[in-house]
Design a protein around this ligand. Structure first.
Ligand SMILES: [Zn+2]
Length: 81
């Protein structure tokens, strides 16, 4: 029997972070946090959520932040969820 197993992307959420200052252009409230779930599936049926990727983008300077670059304020927003 062949077992089809893999991962796929779940839904993406975005959250504005009004109190976060962009570390690149120093604008406040321009950074939006995006969260995308990764789901494990067997035979294309989602079984479990195996993780969530977070990244953030500044709408002013278009700087993208990945989790390693997040400021303490950004991490606070994630941990509140
Ligand atoms: Zn910026």
């Amino acid at each position: 029997m062949i077992l089809f197993f893999g991962t796929k992307k779940g839904k993406e959420n975005s959250n504005k972070m009004p109190n976060v200052v962009c570390g690149h252009c120093a604008q406040k409230g321009t950074v939006t946090l995006y969260s995308q779930e990764t789901l494990a599936h067997v035979f294309w049926l989602p079984i479990t959520k195996i993780g969530t990727n977070h990244y953030a983008e500044c709408s002013h300077c278009k700087r993208v932040y990945y989790k390693n670059d997040f400021s303490a304020d950004m991490l606070k927003v994630i941990n509140q969820k």
